[in-house]
Design a binder for this molecule. Structure first.
Ligand code: F6P
Length: 375
């Protein structure tokens, strides 16, 4: 059977990347677009996620635009994590004392549908996290056939056991911790490395194990500071050269709360976590006398070239998205379950997070090699 036999009635697709970026986005764009172009479809990209859809900013994706992007970090289309078309900020109330200065929201989904139609888009591939995919479910219900590809370094999308970008973030965090270990060894210090992940501890757990961290702190397991002091002091007593702590930005002490770095009221997900690394290093030094330093890896984990495993995963997910479109299976999100590609309803991950559970085998394995979770 030739490609054209299997190819569809769809003549033109749109591609959009939304939410925080992550390594592997370009590899998905490439997989989807090359497949579509080979089938005789034309492809148009939406610039800067839903913001470009609202502002009617589109760009044609031709084969030459796809050259060399497989290994490129970020997204050639641009992204945005503040533009929810169902609740878009269209202005602000007057500042006090005249008003409360708060944003004014409007539903601009109809405008987005008009723009999609103007550009002849007959189906849309949406690459994003739970917020982006939730909006895609809305467009699907409004009559625009959508297929979603889950993306996030946090690996916390419900319905898929892995998202692309995660393995690159883990590799970056692991390499950073390896470097922190050598300098910590030289100075007999405790080194705290804060990694991303929002409320999910996947990056901290995987990178912590990969780097042989002595302490791994994740949001799902609140920690007890006295347990940390005991671990660090016992290492010093045993003449271990250093202690390495991998802490997730969302980790918190038992009975305490997460440290919020910033609240952005214009963002659909306004809380930005951060600061636990500094707090831990300061508190540990003060309470144990062990000299401590901290490093916040931040967006370094989101940038740069994707590792080979993410390039492969992105290509597989992009290909599966196109298979679904060709089969007319729309309103679906591609997913990996038990190591196999599958698909679920687009709205399934909405408002949920896939967190680390106590049954996670890697927790047992980490404990077995001596990692302390502070519990
Ligand atoms: O969801 C991905 C993520 O990188 C989180 O790990 C982090 O908390 C957040 O995004 C940072 O968002 P921003 O890029 O808006 O600072």
């Amino acid at each position: 059977m030739s490609l054209s036999d299997t190819c569809p009635v769809i003549r033109r697709i749109g591609v959009l990347t939304g939410g925080g970026d992550c390594p592997g986005l370009n590899a998905v764009i490439r997989a989807v677009s090359k497949d579509a172009l080979q089938c005789g479809m034309s492809v148009v990209g939406v610039e800067d996620g839903y913001l470009g859809l609202i502002e009617n900013r589109f760009c044609e994706i031709t084969d030459d635009k796809l050259a060399g992007i497989l290994q490129q970090g970020g997204t050639i289309l641009g992204s945005n994590n503040k533009s929810n078309p169902s609740r878009f900020v269209v202005g602000y109330n007057p500042a006090p004392p005249k008003g409360d200065g708060k944003p004014i929201y409007a539903d601009v989904t109809a405008k987005c549908m008009t723009h999609l139609r103007q550009h002849g888009v007959e189906a849309l591939v949406v690459i994003g996290g739970d917020g982006t995919l939730t909006s895609a479910a809305t467009f699907s219900k409004l009559g625009m056939p959508c297929v979603g590809v889950p993306k996030t370094i946090d690996n916390d999308i419900v319905g898929s056991e892995i998202t692309f970008g995660f393995q690159t973030a883990v590799a970056t965090a692991t390499e950073a911790m390896d470097r922190c270990r050598t300098t910590a060894d030289s100075h007999h210090r405790c080194m705290v490395v804060e990694v991303m992940g929002r409320n999910a501890g996947w990056i901290a757990l995987h990178a912590g194990v990969a780097a042989g961290a002595d302490v791994i702190l994740i949001p799902e397991i609140p920690f007890d500071m006295t347990k940390l002091y005991t671990r660090i002091l016992s290492r010093s007593k045993a003449h271990k050269r250093s202690s390495l702590i991998c802490v997730s930005e969302g980790a918190k002490p038992a009975g305490g709360s997460q440290i919020v770095a910033k609240v952005d009221p214009t963002s659909p997900d306004p809380i930005r976590l951060g600061g636990i690394g500094k707090w831990l290093a300061d508190t540990i030094e003060e309470s144990t006398g062990v000299e401590s330093r901290y490093v916040v890896l931040g967006h370094v984990q989101r940038g740069g070239t994707p590792v080979a495993a993410d390039r492969v995963l992105s290509t597989m997910l992009g290909n599966h998205a196109m298979k679904l479109l060709r089969e007319g299976k729309v309103g679906r999100m591609v997913a990996v379950q038990r190591g196999t590609l599958t698909d679920i309803d687009l709205s399934e991950p909405a408002g949920k997070q896939r967190l680390v559970t106590p049954a996670e085998p890697l927790i047992d394995a980490a404990r077995a090699v001596g990692a302390c979770f502070g519990d």
